[in-house]
Design a protein around this ligand. Structure first.
Ligand code: SAM
Ligand code: SF4
Length: 500
């Protein structure tokens, strides 16, 4: 009988990709994926530690498993990823029924760790070095885990895939735990990335999303001194047959170079979507955050983005209630959001992270109630800006890559015939429209008719293309196997931004 695996993923796209790699390697060991934890022989939690709330969710899920594990001692329970690297053996003290604690840089060892638990019934810890525990090279090696095994059924959809182009982060923003739990910044060799993109395209993938904590800092240095930057990498992978769209997230404002913006404008497959978190609109706060730029620099950078890529949609992240954030500093952030015309912003309440500089140096002095109010206020401002941006698009015809049924049609099972579908434009705008399910994975032209702050609504506009699609779709096979499509729709993941 085949062994079964259950995996729950919290956090960012990096974690979604890590889970895909874990499932790929365990399938090779004969494991099958199940959506029921109680059916599984191995139960894994891939975790996030960017905010306290994400950790609390995992500890309470582990608490709920305690009695079950007592009744089924042969089941293997594992905690993977950022929280594993951060909390280490504390996890075993808080949840002694956990068998495996495996950090972000050690995931390739998971099959071996599971086998060890099954044989010896002793807990296994696999962790990378702390950044102060060795030389930079030693720490880098302890985080390397480039595993090219992929599992298409774990993707957001079979025609979209994440590709990690770098790991780790060296920016050390004072509030952020990522540099500790994901280790030093390392860029992957361009040839490996290009080969992975080709492999994904051969499997039917049409959109690749290049991932890095500060993806625009990508730079691979060859032994002979040559350097390849993100703009060069985009050019290298641009003509991969089968790939229709290339996105990259998340950008660091200081590294938004002109050569990258020019590449975005010049290369038609590269999405005109730039996620460049500002975090705050107040220089005092930015300084305490150690973001390495001022709000004036950020505004100039935005202007440069708009001049060089006039159609770009730009989005941001903000932290409200950071240490020492006064009402006046918060108002400066509100001003930035009113002016900057972001497509959308991800807004977070500051969550102190033990082990970060901010936690060590500054008091978490903004009361929770005020953090909540600032969060709501900023969200309301951003929603008005988003709505205005969306309304400007009414009457336009946009190209949409169809991702699947909309949330509404997933909730209300409808019969055969057209369904409400959802997809995204080249500028990452979400579009909902009616269409046949067989359009999923295709690119269609949609005329926008209505808009809310979050979604554009429209109807398929391409009469002649629909004719072509209808002819093509009536053929028995698309490039994506039907089973894969069904599996992916079942798994359809919400896609928070990094750490969201
Ligand atoms: N590397 C990306 C960057 O620099 O923008 C984002 C990585 S971070 C994991 C995702 C977002 O989480 C950040 O942009 C920030 O807004 C938020 N974040 C990080 N640490 C946080 C904390 N301690 N409390 C609240 N939000 C936090
Ligand atoms: Fe690095 Fe982003 Fe965290 Fe800053 S916020 S330390 S750039 S991951």
């Amino acid at each position: 009988m085949s062994k079964k695996l259950y995996i729950e993923t919290v956090g960012c796209q990096m974690n979604v990709l890590d889970s895909e790699l874990v499932v790929g390697s365990l399938r090779r060991q004969g494991y099958q994926l199940t959506h029921e934890a109680t059916e599984a022989d191995v139960i894994l939690f891939n975790t996030c530690s960017v905010r306290q709330h994400a950790e609390d969710k995992i500890y309470s899920a582990l608490g709920r498993l305690r009695a079950y594990k007592r009744r089924h001692p042969n089941k293997v329970v594992g905690v993977l990823g950022c929280m594993a690297q951060k909390d280490q053996d504390l996890i075993l003290r808080r949840a002694p029924h956990v068998d495996i604690v495996c950090g972000t840089g050690q995931l390739a060892r998971l099959p071996e760790l599971i086998a060890e638990v099954q044989e010896t019934h002793t807990p296994q810890l696999a962790l990378s070095l702390d950044r102060k525990e060795g030389s930079r090279l030693e720490v880098e090696h302890s985080f390397e885990s480039y595993d090219p095994l992929r599992d298409p059924s774990m993707r957001p959809s079979p025609f979209q895939a994440y590709v990690r182009i770098m790991i780790g982060c060296d920016k050390f923003c004072t509030y952020c735990i990522v540099p500790s739990v994901r280790g030093p910044e390392q860029s992957r060799p361009p040839e490996h990335i290009a080969a992975e993109v080709r492999q994904l395209a051969d499997e039917g993938c049409k959109e690749v999303i290049l991932l890095g904590q500060t993806v625009n800092s990508y730079e691979f240095k060859y032994a002979d001194g040559r350097r390849e930057r993100l703009s060069d990498l985009l050019l290298r992978i641009h003509d991969t047959p089968g790939v229709e769209r290339i996105k990259f997230i998340t950008n660091f404002p200081r590294d938004m170079s002109d050569d990258l913006l020019d590449a975005v404008r010049a290369l038609p497959k590269v999405c005109e979507y730039l996620h460049v978190p500002a975090q705050s609109g107040c220089n005092d706060v930015l300084k305490r955050m150690k973001r390495l730029y001022t709000v004036e620099f950020y505004r100039d950078m935005l202007q440069r983005c708009r001049e060089r890529v006039p159609d770009a949609a730009i989005s941001s992240d903000f932290i409200v209630g950071f240490c020492g954030e006064t009402e006046a500093s918060f108002q400066r952030t509100c001003d930035l959001v009113r002016e900057a015309d972001f497509k959308n912003s991800f807004i977070f309440k500051y969550s102190p992270r033990p082990g970060t500089k901010a936690d060590e140096l500054f008091a978490d002095d903004v009361p929770e109630e005020i953090k909540k109010r600032r969060n709501n206020d900023l969200l309301a401002i951003q929603n008005r800006v988003s709505l205005a941006d969306h309304r400007r698009r009414i009457g336009q015809t946009v190209e949409v890559l169809v991702e699947g049924p909309s949330k509404t049609s997933l909730k209300h099972e409808t019969g055969p015939g057209p369904k409400q579908l959802t997809g995204r434009t080249m500028t990452d705008h979400i579009v909902v429209f009616e269409g046949n399910e067989r359009l999923i994975g295709q690119t269609v032209q949609v005329r926008i008719e209505e808009a809310t702050a979050f979604t554009l609504f429209g109807t398929v506009a391409t009469g002649e293309r629909i004719g072509v699609e209808a002819e093509r779709l009536s053929e028995p096979a698309t490039s994506i196997p039907e089973t894969l499509l069904q599996e992916a729709l079942k798994n359809r993941l919400e896609l928070p931004l990094l750490g969201g």
